[in-house]
Design a protein around this ligand. Structure first.
Ligand code: ATP
Ligand code: MG
Length: 248
């Protein structure tokens, strides 16, 4: 079980997140939602120890998560990735295996088979020789999903994976997420673009610095909770994506 307790982050001028607690069992897909600046990315980075936390702890199977990062696949938000880096699709995915291989060992048949299977799963194997910068936004996101798959992780932290993707890529991603869930993985996925898929998720965490609500979409997407999270931006931020009529 993944257990996040009282996790808080303070940046120099602002509070990033405020004492967030929740736990997730294997085989759950949890959607992370909240307005811009709510702390979704901050929470993921703090869970991994990529940024210092002011308080709190994150455990997986009763051990600190930062001591078992090989079990975690993390895809940062698009803006944090250098898409001009001159590297092929194949090597982006292969690099996820270096932790298993060690830096100075050549990848064997096993590693290559894992990379091939991951690229096939997201329908990107035919473009494996392309440079990452020569792909569309949706194709790039699929390559990063393949990279996460090739890690053979137990926990997936995906920060806004739907940004800039088309309908085909979205469908491939949702299918893979569902398969991972059925394989018993833990998935935490932040997104502004769940659309109606939101209501098919097992569980949502609604953030705005603190954790505003945690539960099924029906429990979380109430006018009161959305008002607390989105305030006066609610109409602009959400109503266009939802059939719900919500008023603050
Ligand atoms: N490196 C940083 N230094 C200082 N403040 C930061 C830093 N990163 C984030 N913040 C601030 O922390 C708060 C949370 O930001 P964060 O990026 O986690 O939000 P988010 O929910 O991921 O937003 P978005 O939906 O735009 O991706 C914001 O007020 C942001 O300005
Ligand atoms: Mg973010």
């Amino acid at each position: 079980m993944l257990d996040v307790r009282q996790l808080a982050v303070n940046y120099r001028q602002v509070q990033g997140i405020d004492r967030i607690s929740f736990h997730v069992n294997p085989g759950q897909l949890v959607g992370i939602i909240g307005p811009n600046g709510a702390g979704k990315s901050t929470m993921m980075k703090a869970m991994l120890g990529l940024i210092p936390s002011a308080s709190g702890a994150v455990h997986y199977c009763n051990c600190p998560l930062h001591q078992q990062l090989q079990k975690v696949a993390y895809i940062p938000q698009r803006s944090a990735i250098d898409w001009d880096f001159p590297i092929t699709v194949w090597n982006v995915v292969l690099m996820s295996r270096t932790r298993h291989l060690g830096w100075f060992r050549r990848p064997g048949k096993g590693a290559k088979a894992i990379v091939k299977a991951a690229l096939e799963r997201v329908e990107m194997y035919s473009l494996r020789h392309r440079r990452i910068g020569e792909l569309s936004g949706g194709q790039q996101q699929r390559v990063f999903l393949a990279r996460a798959l090739a890690q053979q992780a137990e926990i997936f932290l995906l920060d806004e994976p739907f940004t800039g993707v088309d309908v085909k890529t979205e469908a491939i991603m949702l299918k893979v997420f569902d398969e991972l869930k059925n394989e018993g993985k833990i998935l935490l996925i932040s997104s502004h673009d769940w659309g109606q898929t939101l209501y098919q998720l097992d569980r949502l965490l609604l953030l705005n610095r603190g954790l505003i609500a945690d539960g099924t979409p029906q429990q979380v997407m109430t006018p009161e909770n959305l008002c607390r999270a989105y305030g006066t931006n609610l109409q602009n931020s959400l109503q266009q994506n939802s059939d719900n009529t919500m008023f603050c």
